[in-house]
Design a protein around this ligand. Structure first.
Ligand SMILES: Cc1cc2nc3c(=O)[nH]c(=O)nc-3n(C[C@H](O)[C@H](O)[C@H](O)COP(=O)(O)O)c2cc1C
Length: 153
């Protein structure tokens, strides 16, 4: 059994919907050998990262950066993971009211430092909330879980 960890900040009903969509996609019934663990960033730590085979990160953009909660997760996880998780497959999504680029850059910079392996184009759900965000997040979850299941990552 492989383990997929989803660490995503969900401070609003819309962002909760997106996190649930990622989880639903990852739990697709055809994906048999992947265990899915979902945590809020403040509840997740390096022990969760060390125990997973792939990770999906999710955050809002606030003041041009990732949420403080996801940053705190990185602050606590960076050094304990640095030597242990190089090559970890990961993907991420951002919910941004109007931009998202600062958050994307910040996540890319930290995960480059960690030498994690980005396996999907970053997803930015930008602008007014749309139902298509849910489909995009579901696809993201399914893609990462199916890739793990098939041994492709
Ligand atoms: C204090 C604050 C700062 C924000 N800063 C940004 C920002 O810099 N860039 C951006 O695209 N959206 C920004 N937003 C919008 C949030 O990203 C958005 O409200 C959040 O993702 C929740 O989305 P929802 O309204 O669909 O629930 C900000 C929101 C708040 C409350």
């Amino acid at each position: 059994m492989k383990r997929l960890l989803i660490v995503a900040h969900a401070p609003s009903p819309n962002t909760l919907r997106l996190r649930e969509a990622v989880e639903n996609g990852a739990r697709h019934p055809d994906i048999e050998a992947v265990e899915v663990v979902v945590k809020a960033p403040l509840d997740a730590g390096p022990e969760d990262v060390l125990a997973c085979d792939a990770i999906i990160l999710g955050t809002t953009e606030n003041l041009g950066y990732m949420s403080g909660a996801l940053k705190d997760f990185f602050d606590r996880s960076y050094y304990p993971c640095l030597e242990e998780t190089q090559g970890l497959p990961f993907a991420f999504y951002i919910r941004a009211g109007h931009d998202g680029t600062g958050t994307r850059r910040a996540i890319e910079s930290i995960t480059t430092g960690l030498r994690w392996k980005l396996i999907n184009e970053p997803l930015t759900c930008r602008g007014d909330y749309k139902d298509e965000f849910v489909e995009q997040c579901e696809e993201l979850g399914m893609y990462v879980a199916a890739s793990l299941d098939a041994g492709l990552v």
